[in-house]
Design a protein around this ligand. Structure first.
Ligand SMILES: O=C(O)CCC(=O)C(=O)O
Ligand SMILES: [Fe+2]
Length: 261
């Protein structure tokens, strides 16, 4: 088994059918090289200055990580709010909420010598599961080619449908997503997965953006992570994704909420 991959122009309905069935899909070459170059260049100084700060048993000790992505990289908004990703997030999440927002955005550079990450579900941050309802989806943009050798993400296809959500799989149950720079791997919040070992001699950079139901607490606190003057400089759709909106009229309101009355 491999992760089913689609051309950037393929029908969203076909992509969604595979995504719902397998819990993960790749869309090839969705971002143009110039956009990937711009995001990678904007994130480079942050990787170099603060990339080791979040090293841990889970994140690895030969992996650099950067958060507050929209504070570091203006061009990242074109990946985060990419219309194709929005169309897929709309279909998976909007049946269960009025609007959704970014859960977290994380640059992940897996360096040579890194070991495989522990398999996990990204929605494990929320203490309950409801079968048939995804709390979030994740998009993992390849800012370098993802290969079997350099840490292409492991995914356990179909595991989002497992009834026993706490049954941890092993790496033998997984396949690795390989994809060219500019492609994106999508996985359900409930799908077991993990970053791969980097046995190559070059780093593997990815940008993982998650989108969660609008009535959930966002994983990354965007009000504190992104300075307000930077947040205000983004277009409305991006500001809304950051959390600058209510969930309808009753949740997350403030006096000037334009959607309130
Ligand atoms: O780097 C990757 O490919 C995946 C990382 C991941 O799944 C995570 O840290 O939650
Ligand atoms: Fe993950």
């Amino acid at each position: 088994m491999t992760v089913q991959s689609f051309a950037a122009t393929d029908d969203v309905a076909e992509i969604l059918a595979a995504f719902r069935r397998d819990g993960a899909v790749v869309i090839r070459d969705l971002a143009p090289p110039a956009l990937v170059d711009a995001v990678a260049a904007e994130l480079r100084p942050a990787f170099d200055s603060e990339g080791t700060r979040s090293q841990s048993d889970f994140n690895g000790y030969k992996t650099l990580r950067v958060s507050a992505i929209l504070a570091h990289s203006r061009h990242s908004a074109d990946l985060i709010a990419h219309p194709r990703i929005m169309a897929i997030a709309d279909a998976i999440l909007l049946p269960h909420c009025i609007n959704y927002r970014i859960g977290s955005c994380t640059g992940i550079e897996i360096l040579p010598g890194e070991e495989p990450q522990r398999l996990h579900r990204d929605d494990g941050i929320y203490p309950i599961r409801m079968p048939g309802m995804e709390w979030q989806i994740s998009s993992n943009w390849a800012l370098d080619d993802f290969t079997l050798e350099n840490g292409g993400t492991h995914v356990v296809l179909g595991s989002h449908l497992w009834k026993d959500v706490n049954r941890p799989p092993t790496h033998a149950d997984s396949v690795q997503a390989t994809m060219s720079r500019g492609s994106v791997l999508l996985y359900m919040g409930s799908l077991w997965h993990g970053g791969g070992a980097n046995r190559s001699n070059r780093p593997r950079m990815g940008l993982v953006n998650t989108y969660s139901l609008g009535w959930l607490r966002q994983e990354e606190n965007h009000y504190l992570a992104i300075p307000r003057e930077i947040a205000d400089g983004y277009p409305e759709n991006v500001r809304r994704l950051m959390g600058y909106q209510g969930h309808g009229r009753l949740l997350g309101w403030w006096p000037d909420n334009p959607d309130r009355y």
